[in-house]
Write a protein that binds this ligand. Sequence first.
Ligand code: SME
Length: 159
Amino acid sequence: MTVDQLLAHLRDLSENGADFERLLETAVQELSRMDPRFHWTGIYELFSDNVLRLGPYVGSPTDHVFIGVGNGVCGTAVAEKRNLNIPDVREISNYLACSAETRSELVVLIRTGDRIHAQIDIDSHQVGAFTDEAVAMVQQVADWLAKAYEARGGAPLDG
Ligand code: SME
């Protein structure tokens, strides 16, 4: 599936009444298949208590089910309100290891302006896995999901 096909599929699901969780699961599952370097692909949702909570994911189970804003790569992306593309996690001091094999990590925020709903987090065993093309693809999915969060109400999820 290409990213355009995924967006069309998400639109179809949404128009046919799929629940929100199904949209998130589909996005994660299909994104994880789009690039062989995506070894762990998941969504963390931002709750009103300023804690990220793990949503659907594909890959090995992680201990990091809850991540406070400001912690690790995921929490830093929220605190700094920006995407993070880390070519080599061994160079990051506050990195939270999900797998000892992870070398690079990408966090793309799912946001409406300054309002952050969630994020797509992807880990790769390869150094520098996230090319401009890969980032652009993930961004398109994040932007589609941001509209879905907005349509759902847009308020931060209850803590
Ligand atoms: N590495 C992330 C934690 C999430 S796991 O990789 C799935 C971080 O440093 O925030």
